[in-house]
Design a binder for this molecule. Structure first.
Ligand code: IPM
Ligand code: MN
Length: 368
């Protein structure tokens, strides 16, 4: 397989973990006979510093021609005082909108060896395996007008959705639920918002096409509570852009390992942007101690969703899990009596597990 991958390291620890992604992809390429070409471009604060804009034209053009995109992180206090349209985050929002990446998938699944670090009691979080599907290119994030009015004394943000934008994300959620445990929780605020009432109507319409999927409606405030009290009662959760932003951050810390979580932002033809959930972590940037596993698992998501390379993705996931089982961890992860390693060392350990695995697999297959 021959693929063009755009790399957008961005800010903070983004650059360091992108190196890990490249190393892992090169290993997968040589072990499985693929060819991945990398093209690196600027985004976020890094692009502001170099080109005076968080999303240069050249980056947009490159992404439009890509088979898939990997992003490190954007943002940092260095750019906090810039006006809204110039902030690093605008780069990320712009690329999502420009490429039509409407479906944001955020799997939240704990690793056995890290569950003890969860803020929840271990028996409450145990067994949780949630896929949060967040609408990513509509709602309050993009509605117009969004501005100060009345000489700056009042303000308006707009929550607007077209039926078709709701239909495509809800459809995606039903499809995902069908492939998992067939339980879909739709989250809205239908007791207050008109947009939520249309959302709920569409979920009910679509559920007729998926009689095998059990549907539950939850108001967003109740959903926020239930994530804490009964996280293992969820399978797939689908919601609009802002609710999804908040709930996915809430869910991500429950596993005790935010640094481990990957995410995918995709559209129907399979093109997608993949990034770890943890963000730019400016406090530890440049120290070589960032956890590369969220990025490496994002690479696995890319191989699965954009390139249909299920086996390769599964092997990366196994290799990561093995590192943790062997007790290796970066400073953000808490493993009792574990072995503390750097970004580079952790990446090498994943590569080591990956190569031993595919060697033993190919030996097996010689005897089939
Ligand atoms: C996320 C982030 C972004 C968002 C920011 C950086 C604009 O919080 O990916 O969840 O709000 O969507
Ligand atoms: Mn967020």
């Amino acid at each position: 397989m021959n693929k063009q991958i755009i790399l957008l390291p961005g800010d903070g620890v983004g650059k360091e973990i992108m190196e890990s992604a490249k190393i892992v992809l090169n290993t997968v390429a040589s072990e499985f006979g693929h060819s991945f070409a990398f093209h690196q471009h600027a985004i976020g604060g890094d692009a502001i510093d170099q080109f005076g804009t968080p999303l240069p034209e050249d980056t947009i053009k490159a992404c439009q021609q890509a088979d898939a995109i990997l992003l490190g992180a954007v943002g940092g206090n260095k750019w906090d005082s810039l006006p809204g349209h110039m902030r690093p985050e605008k780069g990320l929002l712009g690329i999502r909108k420009n490429l039509g990446l409407f479906a944001n998938l955020r799997p939240v699944k704990g690793f056995a060896s890290l569950l003890h670090a969860s803020p929840l009691k271990e028996d409450v979080i145990k067994g949780s395996d949630i896929l949060i599907i967040r609408e990513l290119t509509g709602g309050l994030y993009f509605g117009k007008p969004s501005e100060r009015i009345a000489n700056g004394d009042a303000v308006v943000d707009t929550l607007s959705y077209h039926r078709s934008e709701m239909e495509r994300i809800i459809e995606k959620a039903f499809q995902s639920a069908r492939l998992r445990n067939k339980h879909l929780t739709s989250v809205d605020k239908a007791n207050v918002l008109e947009s939520s009432r249309l959302w709920r109507e569409i979920v009910n319409e679509k559920s007729k096409d998926y009689p095998d999927v059990k549907v539950e409606h939850l108001l967003v405030d109740a959903a926020a509570m239930k994530l804490i009290t009964q996280p293992n009662s969820f399978d797939v959760m689908v919601t609009e852009n802002l609710f999804g932003d908040i709930l996915s951050d809430e869910a991500s810390v429950l596993t005790g390992s935010l640094g481990m979580l990957p995410s995918a932002s995709i559209r129907s033809d399979g093109v997608g942007l993949y990034e770890p959930v943890h963000g730019s972590a400016p406090d530890i940037a440049g120290k070589g101690i960032a956890n590369p596993l969220g990025m490496i698992l994002s690479v696995a998501l890319m191989l699965k969703h954009s390139f249909q390379l299920e086996e390769e993705a599964a092997q990366i996931e196994d290799a990561v899990n093995e590192c943790l089982e062997q007790g290796y961890h970066t400073p953000d992860l808490h493993i009792k009596n574990g072995k503390l390693v750097t970004t580079k060392e952790m990446t090498e350990l994943v590569v080591e597990n990956l190569t031993t695995k595919s060697v033993s697999n190919s030996i097996c297959s010689m005897y089939v």
